[in-house]
Design a protein around this ligand. Sequence first.
Ligand SMILES: C[S@@+](CC[C@H](N)C(=O)[O-])C[C@H]1O[C@@H](n2cnc3c(N)ncnc32)[C@H](O)[C@@H]1O
Length: 277
Amino acid sequence: MKPVSEILLLSSAFLQKKGIERAKRLSEDLLAHFLGIKRIDLYMQFDRPLLDGELIPFKEWLKRLGRGEPLEYILGEVSFFGCLFRVDSRVLIPRPETEVLVDLVAKRMGNATSLWDLCTGSGCIGISLKKKFPQLHVIISDISSDALSLACENAKRNEVEVAARLGDFTSVMEDKVDILVCNPPYISSQELLHLDPSVRDFEPHLALFGGSSGLTFYERLSRDIDACLNPQGKVFLEIGATQGEAVKQIFESPIWKKRELIQDYSGKDRFFFLEKQ
Ligand SMILES: C[S@@+](CC[C@H](N)C(=O)[O-])C[C@H]1O[C@@H](n2cnc3c(N)ncnc32)[C@H](O)[C@@H]1O
């Protein structure tokens, strides 16, 4: 039998030995989730004893963390823009910067009646926006049938109805939309060399790499977008922190009345907004 305080110390030391960063925080998150309490409440329950037998599944989780697997895949869910999404190795783990993108879309929604979440992955963008704007017709699409089936499951979990389309990029689009949101794969071959192993070894490569320059999907979108977007339509893209100027150039065309690079909270170019004539 061991108290919570000792389990935390042992777990944190185990993860540190395995070279895992933020070992203390990860141990706390894992144990709190395991006990079904908030992380902050661990501190009130430091003396709570746990039987060795009770800890067997926790130890399995800890071993997975020790192998570098992201916490979110182990817990199997992530909170995003007020919704809970199931996540596993079929989909990219939704990132906090993508929540900022969703917030931006929400603030600039205007009178839009239709929205397409292209490259939907877990469905986090389209589903959370449908939850906030129930009148909106939302289409989600992805080339991965595995990702799309998880996105559909997430739509059900969050009690929203969206239209799901499986296929290669813009080829799935039948009608023009008012808003297109896309967080495409945008990691370049160069960045691949410096990628965190927990991303490189666990997240789906189909969700990560955007060709040698990382810009392939922006180039494709710039060619296809006119046929997919209503007049006065808006486009919201997530981009890599160093890709701002290149993306701006890719979308240089008279069809746009506005092209705007937008920064994340750390001041890096992270989003690109377009408004059609
Ligand atoms: C960076 S992830 C974004 C996932 C999710 N939208 C998010 O923000 O967390 C990119 C997604 O694009 C999908 N994808 C990759 N190539 C594609 C293609 N040619 N057509 C459509 N989707 C594609 C991947 O399967 C992956 O789910």
